[in-house]
Design a protein around this ligand. Sequence first.
Ligand SMILES: Nc1ncnc2c1ncn2[C@@H]1O[C@H](COP(=O)(O)OP(=O)(O)OP(=O)(O)O)[C@@H](O)[C@H]1O
Ligand SMILES: O=C(O)C1=C[C@@H](O)[C@@H](O)[C@H](O)C1
Ligand SMILES: [Mg+2]
Length: 182
Amino acid sequence: MACRLEKTVVMVGMMGAGKSAIGRALAERLGVPFLDSDAEIERAAAMSISEIFARDGESFFRRRETEVIRRLLEGAPCVLSTGGGAFLSERNRRLIAERGVSVWLDADLDLLWARVRNKDTRPLLRTDNPRETLATLQDQRVPSYAEATLRVMAEEGLSIEAMTQRVLEAIRAHEGVFTCPA
Ligand SMILES: Nc1ncnc2c1ncn2[C@@H]1O[C@H](COP(=O)(O)OP(=O)(O)OP(=O)(O)O)[C@@H](O)[C@H]1O
Ligand SMILES: O=C(O)C1=C[C@@H](O)[C@@H](O)[C@H](O)C1
Ligand SMILES: [Mg+2]
């Protein structure tokens, strides 16, 4: 009999850290559903995140984000990838700690920038110097991300499969995430 996932694995970290890509691969490995709070917000609003930011503003988006995270955590244990700003809110951190185990996907600025630079889907990076903005956001956010239960470091050249394996090892080593038959 296989081990059972007891808590939702919640991926947190900067834009480009791989929360969505690794979260999806991890869910597949574990045979549990994959949920992504950004995708759920877009689906519920029938708008892209950029459109929501432009029409309703960031604070509206953040309220929706908290609602969606609360709702998604109520379901059976799964893998939940959050948006890059979700773990900054103390309320969200508390909700996540109640039902899940948080995993901070950490990565250095060069790697994050390489991954986000060619995509314009992230409204917070639509500035005159997006690399600098990314650096500032990272500096501001690291203290919040550091409150995650687990931290897994990404590295250039590490494939999605290899990074997923690292996350799997980290959650397996953490008490209470799985129950396994004796
Ligand atoms: N280990 C990896 N190896 C190669 N490419 C990766 C890896 N992890 C992520 N990527 C790629 O980097 C890009 C950004 O990853 P992803 O969308 O998962 O980031 P995110 O953390 O979900 O960002 P956001 O907070 O903006 O949603 C994607 O194109 C993804 O396929
Ligand atoms: O880092 C952030 O604050 C964000 C990251 C994305 O995942 C989206 O949630 C949105 O673009 C905001
Ligand atoms: Mg994502």
